[in-house]
Ligand binder design. Sequence first.
Ligand code: F3S
Length: 770
Amino acid sequence: AGFVQVPKEFQSRVPPYAKLVGKLNKVRDITNNTPLTLAEKILYSHLCDPEESLVSSNLEDIRGLQYLKLNPDRVAMQDASAQMALLQFMTTGLAQTAVPGSIHCDHLIVGKDGESEDLPSSIATNKEVFDFLQSCADKYGMQFWGPGSGIIHQIVLENFSAPGLMMLGTDSHTPNAGGLGAIAIGVGGADAVDALTGTPWELKAPKILGVKLTGQLQGWTSPKDVITKLAGILTVRGGTGYIVEYFGEGVGSLSCTGMATICNMGAEIGATTSTFPYQDAHRRYLHATGRGVLADAADAALKNFNFLRADEGAQYDKVIEINLNELEPHVNGPFTPDLSTPISEFGTRATQEEWPQKISAGLIGSCTNSSYQDMTRAADLVRQAAKAGLKPRIPFFVSPGSEQIRATLERDGLIDTFKSNGAIVLANACGPCIGQWDRQDISKSSKETNAIFTSFNRNFRARNDGNRNTMNFLTSPEMVTAMIYSGNAQFNPVTDPIVLEDGSEFKFSAPKGQELPGEGFTLGREKFYPPVDPQPDASVEIKVSPTSDRLQLLDPFQPWNGKEIKTNVLLKVEGKCTTDHISAAGVWLKYKGHLENISYNTLIGAQNKETGEVNKAYDLDGTAFGIPELMMKWKDENRPWTVVAEHNYGEGSAREHAALSPRFLGGEMILVKSFARIHETNLKKQGMLPLTFANESDYDKISSGDVLETIGLPELVEKEGNNGGELDVKVTKPSGESFIIKTKHTMSKDQVEFFKAGSAINFIGQSRRA
Ligand code: F3S
């Protein structure tokens, strides 16, 4: 009673509210009715067994300390990471997935001339991968969203995300779904396999960071500015270990898609995920996207059971306040998403920092910013400029997030507005956001610095056009669009006019848009839509050619031999080392399904602390090698190795190849000052030993070639109730001198089992067979 009856055809897309509220009531008993944040309500209502995970009635004893075993409701995978997820799923021998899954072909599509040219050639280039993914979807009963259908996060928002849902996605911007009140977490393929096999998925209980929004968004300021501002406050590490939960009256001035933009880029501050309480804006978006049933079900769960919002009096571990009335448009970058500059100061800063004065291209759309609201606001600026006779001064690209949004924009005349004003509308795919930009005006190897403005979410070096000297400045679609008419870093569209050819001046008015299309969304071309509830079909044969250089069936990693780990330090990395440094994207995306071939990209972006060189490591006799080449050599020589690095190692994406490749190449230990959460988990899942220095200064005492040997690993592994702890490591220099350093690990009981079995997949396979 009190819940809405959901018709059968909608059941896979409505969270099981009755079950979740039932679990939540158990949680309330255990925690003595302590007020809970929204994030805790959603997360804890997905616990397999609240009594096992919640060891104390005091939330302080849980947050940031306990490991939670969770049952996610669904899984979404993008084409690049799905390959390895599915290759791993195959090794478990199961006939179908335990929860609904969807596969999205978006990352492998090039952006150059527009959909009609780019899509057929990308499909031809990646045919065997798309065929493989489709055969897996057909065999195991998942939805297959083919090339051109759209970007994973936009499709998830339009179809699957739901208030109170908990989902995993094999992409670091999965938190985008939090814009619709879900808890959506970016993971590697091995974690996705947990959910797909019905194995409890483990997460260290996050702390909760409250972001209180006051005032109202207005004028030029957009949801993007909330998160670019927050990234400036918190930095790329500030959200690590937290779920970001937004609250306050300012939330009411945001659209659902705007909230998704904010949650999307929560990945840039290292947050586990971000979420919003259920709002009218959610109800409006659900109706507009044909999900009135879900809106009714969510309304009832909120009204009758106080689900989908934080409890009165819930405590956050930290609170940051942002006043939307005072918020200015921000521009973040270059090379890091937390270098945040208000637009009013950008010109001065660009001069001081010697950033290029000329902007070379503007790109809008992507999973972060291609909503109806974003595009109508951008198109409003294009129309204003056209009316004044202004033409873009630099190349302008638009990447729609899905066929649904593209077709709706086309119906409402916006695609035409963009195209007739010089924009290239690319396929509904990631394209330039992930290095698939076949850029014509500036070559990859150009040594000259150039600056682009994008509405994307990430701006590490070489990410967009493969050129290390391209500075990507992240901002709202409105700012990018205004900027293409000036092309100059000194231009502030909020205050500055543009001088027209006849010498007169034109000034933009603040952009006006529409939250949702007045006539509702249109689906567009039917061929892009898969059946709603696909069934598994055991007769389907998975397509992997034994001679393929892009797909390779997996051999399980060797189990741990029960002894101490003894390795040589192969490389000491200096400074920032993101997953892009560890496992480069761009041309390498091609080999995501072929572990051996892709491993030749391992750490090629890393800087050697001892020599300052990139992609250089030295053998014990001093011979120089490329980093992956030396790893291969040591693997052949049966010489296990360690990489030593600094802070936030593996920040960036959920890219599990950053863990798989080192393991495949004979790495056994990664020792750093700190890890990015997803990457650390990925290493554990592949049977590596990730350790952090107990004393950071010990980093300075270690050199490449040193021997590192654990002391007490067998005891640690046998210890009952593991939940992180310490491990001594003996360092022996080539001179014979030795000393002991203290390190820390964060392995839970289950993660210790992964380590023993050689990998999480091995462990799941063993448990299934037992
Ligand atoms: Fe694709 Fe870029 Fe988003 S790669 S999923 S559009 S972050």
